[in-house]
Design a protein around this ligand. Structure first.
Ligand SMILES: [Zn+2]
Length: 272
């Protein structure tokens, strides 16, 4: 097999956009273990990936994601569902006031050759780029129940959430998710598979939630939790969940369990 230079088409999502019953998001779903067919053409069915040769105008693999509004999808269920409107990214003023390199004040300008306002050092000229934060967490399964933690910290003090938090430098997403579960629920877990990625552009966060199982049946509240408990799917307190990302994740999980088909979900949430 000869491999040619190619990259995944970061910048556009080409899989079908489906309506989520929460109406918060647009999502794509892949089978958890999908056989991938090798193809050079524009593969748009959920079981295939699209490969592209690099474009000289591309900003590279770290370019921003945009939801595709093109008509290249071939999935029959897409034609019946109107595509959700995708709001443009909200303008956010750079928050960096002082240079991370030399400590002098920054100014907010559009650097030459760029399109967005950046915080640029008034002394050394360093451009400070602000990128989304990665949040990682676990959907811990145990005897048909899922582990939730009641938050002891703001925001959303007193509300229930999956154990999750910001990814640290030097750890993988899976390691970070297991660490957060240990910190918030004192639970040692084995990561089973990625379950969902949820982008929330309006607050600059991207979640990766993993399915996991308890290594031992022990858990108790960590310093950031008031309480930890296992909930059957019927008992999940949807009225007392902390974040839209957790609501969306648990609703997708319940649908997958009911259908007997656990998938990987990609989801953009356009609401905090
Ligand atoms: Zn500087």
């Amino acid at each position: 097999m000869m491999l040619r230079s190619a990259h995944l088409p970061l910048g556009f999502v080409v899989s079908p956009l489906l309506r989520c019953n929460t109406r918060l998001c647009s999502l794509v779903s892949l089978p958890a273990i999908a056989p991938l067919s090798q193809t050079d053409s524009a593969a748009v069915c959920p079981q295939k990936l699209l490969l592209c040769t690099p474009c000289p105008r591309s900003r590279g693999v770290f370019g921003a994601f945009r939801m595709s509004s093109g008509g290249r999808d071939s999935s029959p269920d897409v034609g019946a569902a109107p595509r959700p409107a995708v709001a443009p990214p909200a303008f956010q003023k750079p928050k960096i006031c002082f240079c991370h390199s030399c400590g002098n004040p920054t100014k907010q300008v559009v650097p030459e050759g760029e399109e967005k306002i950046r915080a640029v050092c008034t002394a050394c000229g360093k451009i400070h780029y602000e990128n989304p934060k990665m949040v990682v967490g676990c959907l811990v399964e145990h005897n048909g129940k899922v582990l939730l933690c009641k938050r002891k910290i703001e925001p959303s003090y007193g509300l229930w959430t999956l154990p999750a938090g910001f990814l640290e430098i030097g750890e993988s997403a899976a390691e970070g998710a297991a660490r957060e579960t240990l910190e918030e629920a004192c639970a040692e877990v084995e990561i089973l598979s990625p379950f969902a990625q949820l982008d929330i552009p309006c607050i600059g966060q991207s979640y990766i939630i993993f399915r996991a199982r308890l290594k031992t049946p022990h858990f108790e509240p960590g310093p950031e939790s008031l309480e930890c408990a296992l909930f059957s799917l019927e008992e999940i307190p949807f009225d007392s969940l902390a974040f839209s990302s957790i609501i969306v994740t648990l609703k997708m999980y319940i649908e997958d369990i009911k259908s007997g088909n656990l998938k990987f979900h990609y989801c953009t949430i356009n609401k905090r």
